[in-house]
Design a binder for this molecule. Structure first.
Ligand code: MV4
Length: 449
């Protein structure tokens, strides 16, 4: 096991990793920007080091400074959290060149899944069901028309360097295709320096279901079921749950096995998420995320597994401490992402927290780096807390969520809590009747412009 690791992140996820490391008896190094000198992750780690000015680009994304921080502190490994450098293959390469372990998959796997055409091609060959579409990249408008005519409209043009909703263009009908194709290419060139695109059949009302996988890097892998993350706004998830309200045990075991076998096959190491669109009882692979995800706690809650401890163990060359047949689900978990934002427009609302009280009690987990007197800086994303609740049934978890939201006190800034209070009055949310467009449509209804 490592004796010391560095956490290349901030906020609640930095705390999450520090907690796991402490339970493993591993010492922790926090890094921080000048704006984060008073942040909770700095206090909670065994030691800390400043890596640059406030902007993420100059601090949490500053590879030379993070390497220097490892060398100064003697950290043997780096956990990247999510966002920032978590899916940056070049960073992993540089760490390797300095004999520092990356707590995550190999640079090759990150690169493979970062290129969405390669990812899809790989998954298809591994037997993972994919969205019908072009066989690889589409280079010319003639080819785009040929593929789309064969498939039928609507189609969606996606950037191979995109992902997470960036670089996508919908063509509802044939006459929309020329524009969708050319803007997808030019925007992708401008944003990623890569204009390669591919085309898929556009699924109109799917759910977003993602499967948690975990590999030991030596050809053994397990799945930890699915999460339903369909409730999103502008490609930001706001409410996530596990298990998926529409997924039964047989379906879970079937898709889970396909996913676990696929990542075992490529000798994937650590935590990963295989994202699907799910429509009419069928799964369609869209992307794989090679990081720990924001919403991992709902999976941890129902499986009783600490995914971050397992990540650290596997990165240190140890075995995962569970086998597939030992994994089973207990109950239901829901996470809501609480942002420092003013409704109805979700305007970022940084500022000083005057009062803070986290909810507690049975089945309540609050992952947050907030404290009373803390000033939320304006430089980073606005997630301030994840409230994760569980219960024996989905209904029990919903009741607990309502109760826990009532206990939470955050004074000094606006938050997205009123959104959840309102969502918990919606029949569709209570019944689990939603798809990837439900939330945007509902928000539009609440606030027609
Ligand atoms: C799609 C799709 C419909 N059909 N692909 C958006 C994020 C990126 N991960 C993939 N995305 C989509 N891909 C096909 N072939 C619809 C979306 C999509 C979406 C997906 C998941 C969650 C929310 C979404 C909101 C809008 C569009």
């Amino acid at each position: 096991m490592f004796s010391k690791i560095l956490i290349a992140n901030r906020g609640e996820i930095a705390l999450r990793v520090i907690r796991a490391a402490k339970e493993l008896g591993v010492r922790t190094v926090a890094v921080h920007s000048t704006a984060d000198a008073d942040a909770m992750h700095v206090r909670m780690a065994d030691e800390s080091i400043c890596i640059g000015p406030p902007s993420g680009a100059q601090s949490y994304l500053n590879v030379p400074n993070i390497i220097a921080a490892c060398e100064i502190t003697g950290a043997e490994a780096v956990h990247p959290g999510y966002g920032f450098l978590s899916e940056n293959a070049n960073f992993v390469q540089v760490l390797e060149d300095h004999d520092i372990t990356f707590i995550g998959p190999s640079a090759a796997h990150i690169r493979m899944m970062g290129d969405k055409i390669t990812a899809k091609d790989t998954m298809k060959k591994l037997g993972v069901p994919c969205v019908p579409g072009s066989d690889g990249g589409v280079d010319t408008i003639e080819e785009a028309h040929k593929v789309s005519d064969e498939m039928g409209f609507p189609v969606i043009v996606k950037a191979t360097a995109g992902g997470g909703g960036r670089g996508m263009k919908l063509a509802k009908t044939k006459k929309d295709l020329d524009e969708a194709f050319s803007t997808a290419r030019s925007e992708s060139k401008a944003a990623f320096g890569n204009d390669e695109v591919y085309i898929e059949k556009y699924l109109t009302l799917p759910r977003h279901i993602e499967v948690q996988v975990f590999g030991d890097g030596r050809g053994r892998a397990v799945h930890l079921g699915e999460r339903d993350c369909s409730l999103q706004r502008r490609h930001q998830k706001v409410f996530e749950e596990a298990p998926g309200p529409t997924i039964d045990e047989k379906t879970r075991e079937k898709i889970g096995k396909v996913c676990a076998d696929a990542i075992a096959d490529i000798k994937y190491s650590g935590a990963g998420t295989i994202e699907f669109l799910y429509e009419n009882g069928e799964f369609y692979f869209i992307e794989m995320n090679t990081r720990l995800q924001v919403e991992h706690p709902v999976t941890e809650t129902i499986y009783g597994v600490d995914l971050v401890k397992q990540q650290i163990r596997v990165a240190a060359g140890e075995e995962m401490t569970f086998k597939q047949e030992e994994l089973s689900i207990k109950g239901h978990a829901i996470e809501v992402r609480i942002n420092a934002e003013k409704l109805p427009n979700f305007t970022p609302c940084p500022g000083k927290i005057t009062t803070f009280h986290a909810p507690g009690g049975l089945g309540v987990r609050m992952d947050s780096a907030l404290y009373a007197g803390y000033t939320i800086p304006p430089y980073y994303d606005s997630l301030i807390a994840k409230l994760i609740v569980s219960g024996i049934t989905r209904e029990a978890a919903l009741a607990r969520l309502r109760r826990a939201l009532g206990e939470l006190i955050v004074d000094g800034v606006d938050t997205t809590v009123p959104l959840f209070d309102a969502l918990l009055q919606e029949e569709d949310v209570l019944k689990g009747n939603y798809d990837i467009h439900w939330l945007e449509k509902w928000l539009e209804k609440q606030n027609p412009e």
